[in-house]
Write a protein of this length. Sequence first.
Length: 253
Amino acid sequence: MQGQPADQAERHGRAGRPGRDPVGVRGHRQPGGRRVTAGSRTGVRVQAAPPAPRAPADLLDGIARWGTMPTDAGDFRLRPVRLAPDLDLLAGWMNDPEVAAFWELDGPPATTEHHLRGQLEGDGRSVPCMGLLDGTPMSYWEIYRADLDPLARYYPARPHDTGIHLLLGPSRARGRGLGTMLLDAVAERILRVRPRCGRVVAEPDVRNLPSVRAFERAGFRLTAELDLPTKRAALMIRQRPPGRPAQAPPSLP
């Protein structure tokens, strides 16, 4: 539905999502904490094992804990991508010509896998998610820290601005207002559970009129057009209503 990240040089897969620096695949931790290699006068030398890779920082206040969002179409929730069970479905969606025109991730599953790994093994500033409606995967989302993204070079970002990219997978899910409904629900949830975030932003390609209109109907305002390295983008912003504080209860519905 949206597609095409902000900065091609720093995209994963395409070569990276907007805002994420390229990240290589991490090495495997050595078993036993130490490794023995040949070469010293005693016949062996003991070499410290490389440090274990650190888990990504929680820069988005625990998307897995955001809970269920009731909508007129059913109960919706976001679940962080799990590469093994999700890859084939996502790669199929990416090869739909309507999707490929803006996401540019068509091709073998390895293309989609590379794009996902860049986020899953990154620093936590972007989280790829499956969107489940009544338990059925039907959309792909990227929730990202726009203020930590290369996108922030092109607009006056504020701390904790949170970005959204959305792809409606099955073609039958498109063109009937479902995208607007889900965008509204997710933006509302972001502003509810992220107390430090005052704005939700998006940057669809200006040519992708259905996407731009869906954001507008979901309460986003077109504030500018940005000349990004890979596209001319519509900067869409939904702000927290004045005088309405965030609410982040310990247990969401």
